[in-house]
Design a protein around this ligand. Sequence first.
Ligand SMILES: Nc1ncnc2c1ncn2[C@@H]1O[C@H](COP(=O)(O)OP(=O)(O)OP(=O)(O)O)[C@@H](O)[C@H]1O
Length: 364
Amino acid sequence: MYYETRTMTPWKHVLPDRSRERVRLKWPAPGLGAARIARHARDARTLERHTMERSTAGTTAMIRADDLSKSYGRTQAVSGLGFAVDAGQICALLGPNGAGKTSTLRMLLGLSAPDTGSARILGRPVGLGAEVLGRVGVLVDGPAFVPHLTGTRNLKLLWSATRRAWPPPALDDALDLAGLGAAIDRKVKGYSTGMKQRLMLAQALMRAPDVLILDEPANGLDPAEVRTLREHLGALARHGAAVLVSSHQLAEVQQFATHIVVMNLGRLVTAGPLADLLGDTDAYRVQLDDPRGAAEVLRRMTGVTAVTARGTEFVVAAPGVAPRDVVQALVTAGIGVTSVQQVSRSLEQVFLTMTEGDTGHAAR
Ligand SMILES: Nc1ncnc2c1ncn2[C@@H]1O[C@H](COP(=O)(O)OP(=O)(O)OP(=O)(O)O)[C@@H](O)[C@H]1O
C-alpha cells in the first residue's frame, strides 16, 4: 500500500510487496475438500497470472487510485486522491458523511469517469464494462434485485452478465455466508433489508473474486452476521484477495482491517497499516500491589511526563521509556508490579482527531 506523500504526513512510504509470497505459501488453505482445493488451485494460477501482469505493468497493486478527482457541478467530491491495496490486504476506506468514499469506489469500478487521474484494478485501467471487472466482487449502490424473482433467479440473472456457465465457482461459500436457507427460493420482494444485503454479498462473493470492493457491506446485518462477514473477508484476504471496504463502523473496522485510508472533504488524510496508525501511545497502565509511594517513584523517573492513579492502577505517560524500565524502577523501590500494559488508542479516537473541525463542501 502506498499513498501520495505530497498530500499528507507520511508514516510509511512504500510497503514491501508480498503478494507473490502469499500466493505461493498460503494456497490452498489447509482443511479444504478436494473440489475446493481444485478450485483454489485454479484460482491460484489465475492469481499467479495476475501477479505476472502486475510485474509486467510495473505495478504491484491489485487496486490502485492515482491522483483521482471528481466534481459534481460545484461540489468537489474527490480531489487528487491516491492510494493502493495489495493482495492479502483488507483496506477500510473511512471518512465522514460526504467525504467522497462512494464517489471513489464508483471511479474504481468504472461506474463513473474521473475528471483527472486514473483507477486500475489488477494493473488494468477500469471503465464501464472493462473485462477486468469480471474478477471483482462488487457491492456498491445497494441491492439492485428484481423483486418478483427469487433469490436464486436474481443471482442467475446477475451471473448471466459474465457469460459464464452457471453455477459460479464460489456459489456454495457465498450462499453459506448469506445464510438465507430456503428463503433463497422465495421472491426477493418479501426479503427484509438484512436479507437483501446478504443476497447482495452472496452476489459479490459467488464469483470467487480476486478483488472485492464493498460499500458499507455491514449495513443491515446483525452482530452475528457481521462477524460471519468479517471471517469471510479475512479468509479471502488470507487466500490472496485484495479487499477494499468503505465503512462508518469504526469498532468493527478495527477488528478486521489490515490497512486504512482516511479521507475527508474529498482529500486523503492518511493511509497505511492499521497497526501503525493505532501505534504505541507511549503510555502504560500499571497494576501495583502496593500503590503507596509508587506515584513518587514514577514521577521521579526520567522520561515520565504524567502519572495518574486510581486505586492500585496507575497510568504512566513515558515517551521513549521501555516498560521494563518502569517495572525495574518500581521493583527496585520495593513496589510489587502485577501487570504492565501499553495503552492503545481506538480507531474511533484516531479517526475523530483526524477529521474533526472540517465541515461542509461548499468551500471545496
Ligand atoms: N451524483 C451526484 N451528484 C451531485 N453530487 C454528488 C453526487 N454524488 C455525490 N455527490 C456529492 O459528492 C460529495 C461526496 O459524496 P459521496 O457519496 O462520495 O461521499 P461518501 O463519503 O460516500 O458519503 P456517505 O458516507 O454519506 O455515503 C457529497 O457532497 C455528495 O453530496
